[in-house]
Design a protein around this ligand. Sequence first.
Ligand code: ADP
Ligand code: MG
Length: 224
Amino acid sequence: MSDQAPETTTELEPAPAFTTLQLPAELQTSLADAGYTEMTPVQAQSLPVILAGDDVITQAKTGSGKTAAFALGLLAKLNVKSFQVQGLVLCPTRELAEQVADEIRKLARAMGNVKVLTLCGGVPSRAQIASLEHGAHILVGTPGRILDHLTQQRLDFSQLNTLVLDEADRMLEMGFQDDLQAIVKALPAKRQTLLFSATYPRAIEQLAKNVLPKATRISVASEP
Ligand code: ADP
Ligand code: MG
């Protein structure tokens, strides 16, 4: 050790690698193929909790990598051989749902035939009904359309083990509160619930109290 004044280097915490996580080998392969080596801060904080099976409320700004955090949680416990809906991701808009579905598909690539289906408004229901008949492992959709299919008894959630509320702040802003509550009522009570949000308005607290009261809370501060 030198006794000189330290150089003005910024000593950042080393970003942990995905390889430090207990993930199925196929997911490690997909991560490497996607070029994801180091976890983002929100992934490093939330993934150990998610993989342990706990409910989690995660607040972190847009672009921080929240999608991969819940996608890995969904995929790590997915039974590919059981062609039943095991995960449901609710998103505020069709565009976001498509992005989320693409990210899940990217990370599922090395697992074989994982079927991720999007169910959103603004698209005719007819094609969605046909797709549903072929089965899916994970559904990604907007609350209105999911509730519509649910009311028409087109969805079987009996084997569902994970619910993700993505961009929960925006879903509440858009008035989806009642739809969310109605969907949650139709899901198995024994499940893991993951809520992600860029902001944490008061309305989320009410939703959290009703839907995932025992969740671990993670908040990743934005840099100044
Ligand atoms: P958020 O949902 O928090 O707004 P996203 O999940 O959309 O953020 O991620 C933002 C971008 O970061 C995406 O383009 C995604 O592919 C990329 N990304 C996520 N995690 C990693 C990672 N660990 N390494 C490199 N890129 C990543
Ligand atoms: Mg997001």
